[in-house]
Design a protein around this ligand. Structure first.
Ligand SMILES: [Zn+2]
Length: 83
């Protein structure tokens, strides 16, 4: 039995190999390079998103970013928050 890396096509054996779900056997370093190239975040491959989904994600990121900036700075004219 010889498994070939789906990325570099060389034989995979030993602890440097892994099986990528739905893709096949691969070298760990080939998979890492692939993941970087594929622009995955957590388990989401953003290259697979539709344009609409990508826009939604972008809006979410921007909204979260703004929210954090606001919280970190504490704008002078913001309402006083009581805890
Ligand atoms: Zn490889």
């Amino acid at each position: 039995m010889s498994l070939k890396c789906v990325f570099c096509k060389k034989t995979v054996f030993g602890p440097g190999g892994l099986t990528v779900p739905t893709i096949g056997p691969a070298h760990r370093h080939c998979y890492e390079a692939y993941r970087t190239m594929r622009r995955t975040f957590r388990s989401i491959d953003i290259t697979l998103l539709t344009d609409d989904e990508l826009n939604d994600l972008k809006d979410l990121v921007l909204a979260e970013e703004n929210d954090r900036k606001r919280k970190n700075k504490g704008t002078p004219d913001s309402d006083i928050e009581l805890f």
